[in-house]
Write a protein that binds this ligand. Structure first.
Ligand code: G6P
Length: 472
């Protein structure tokens, strides 16, 4: 059966739910577009990434409004009025002064909350001035939303950058339905309690009607935190606690699967395959973030090359790292460590005609990425903590009912759903190395059985289902 046939017979029809009475206001730190100025004209370019791919089609369908930070392109946005008028829905860029943004985004969001929520307590820094910037930035977001909101609208707020916004909106008298989706993990109360502003954050979240998270443990952790440190904790009169739901995010399975078999992608895949000269390809793709366990993976790669001399020169590790948060010190240091380790391993094992690790540090257009997925005999995902990890799902969509093996960290949210994956603990370099060898030696029939099971799951649990369930 072809993939199309299978897709048609197995994909669940979209749930028919009434559309919200009012408009949908989407609030996220990132906008779905950035402005491009080529000198002659100013245009909007769609941002890539999980959130935008997930929510943009809905925004287009229902004519939403999307409020987000203007990415420091304040002057450019003001010249993009015509392009904005032509956009498929209302896009509202919010300017933040540079210093405020640095303390809010590079500081509190990505050097306090991100490490803490990913269980890297040692990397989390706590500074009052960063918290104050976070509060101020959230106030500006809330103020913009308040000016936009009409009775009957639904306000859908995304992620850890904006956890105070629901409470601020309630304080300002906004009575619309407020939904919140946390894309990253929520830590156990034992970790969360270290945050000096834990009660403020929870009071902010308590303004929400429904909080949705990626996994049941995040929901349990948030319930514990609300009980222990939330508004009214320890007192008698308990305020209303938001409803908590677990709704794992997903991908547009059918679209990605079709696109990955388009002539353009297949042509590009063939070119990559030929440049590999018949070698097996192990692919890793991620933002260059310590939470993705890149150094741990490189240790496993080195271990594999040490333990399995017979595999040397027969495999290629392809690492596609997307630049991210380059203004944050830990990210810059991490990048240097990754560069150094790749250099050391390549220096140690390379032969004149073979380099074990090919390393690209840039973002890639979708077709190019899909071509890499297609040619990869295995995908190696080693997150030390990950809310979901959509790369795992995209790799499966690109293979459909064909071969290929997903080697996946047990600490990625995707591990709960991707039952056909080979799971690893990335802290265990030897186990990870042996699992990669097992993936490369797996009989094709077993590869297909595992892949096909995961693909069928993804046909039943798409991003469209995620959207419907979030807004239900
Ligand atoms: C994660 C977060 C998103 C964030 C994305 C990219 O997926 O959950 O909220 O947008 O990383 O990070 P950046 O800091 O570039 O927005």
């Amino acid at each position: 059966m072809s993939i199309e046939d299978n897709t048609r017979s197995k994909a669940r029809p979209a749930l028919q739910r009434p559309r919200p009475a009012g408009r949908l206001l989407i609030v996220a730190n990132r906008l779905p577009y950035r402005v491009l100025d080529d000198g002659a004209k100013v245009e909007l370019q769609r941002n890539v990434g999980g959130l935008v791919s997930a929510v943009h089609p809905l925004a287009e369908r229902v004519g939403a409004a999307w409020i987000g930070w203007d990415d420091g392109q304040t002057a450019l946005w003001s010249r993009a009025r015509n392009a904005l008028r032509a956009a498929p829905y209302r896009v509202i860029p919010l300017a933040l002064p540079e210093r405020l943004h640095a303390n809010y985004y590079s500081g509190f969001c990505n050097a306090t909350l991100w490490p803490l929520f990913h269980s890297f307590l040692g990397r989390a820094e706590f500074h009052q001035s960063w918290y104050e910037a976070y509060l101020e930035a959230n106030r500006r977001f809330a103020d913009r939303v308040r000016r936009e909101a009409r009775p009957g609208d639904t306000i859908w707020i995304h992620d850890y950058q904006l956890m105070l916004v629901p409470g601020l909106l309630r304080q300002a008298g906004v009575r619309s339905r407020i939904l919140f989706f946390l894309h990253i993990p929520f830590p156990a109360a034992d970790l969360f309690r270290h945050l000096p502003w834990r009660s403020e954050l929870l009071a902010g979240l308590a303004g929400t009607d429904v909080i949705a998270v990626q996994a049941p443990e995040h929901s349990r952790h948030m319930r514990d935190a609300l009980d222990q440190f939330g508004p009214g904790a320890g007192g008698n009169g308990r305020p209303k606690i938001p409803e908590l739901r677990t709704i794992p995010i997903s991908i547009d399975t059918v679209r990605l699967s079709r696109r990955s078999r388009s002539p353009e992608v297949l042509r590009r895949a063939e070119a990559i395959r030929q440049s590999g000269a018949g070698r097996k390809i192990v692919l890793s793709v991620e933002r260059l973030d310590y939470a993705k366990g890149i150094l741990e993976r490189l240790r496993a790669v080195e271990r594999l090359l040490e333990r399995r001399r017979d595999l040397r020169e027969r495999i290629w590790f392809l690492q596609l790292s997307v630049p991210t948060r380059t203004g944050v010190g830990t990210y810059e240091r991490y990048r240097r460590d990754v560069d150094e380790m790749v250099g050391r391993i390549n220096g140690r094992f390379s032969r004149p005609e073979w380099v074990p690790i090919r390393y690209l540090f840039r973002s890639l257009p979708e077709d190019e990425l899909l071509a890499y997925y297609r040619v990869a005999d295995a995908a190696l995902i080693t997150s030390l903590k990950d809310g979901m990890n959509l790369v795992a799902k995209e790799y499966v969509a690109a293979h459909g009912h064909g071969g290929g093996v997903l080697v996946l960290s047990e600490f990625a949210g995707a591990a709960r759903e991707m039952r056909g994956a080979l799971l690893v603990n990335p802290h265990h370099a030897t186990e990870t190395a042996d699992t990669v060898a097992r993936a490369l030696e797996m009989p094709l029939e077993e590869q297909r059985r595992r892949m096909s099971g995961m693909f069928r799951h993804l046909l039943r649990h798409t991003v469209h289902d995620w959207v419907e369930r979030c807004l239900a």
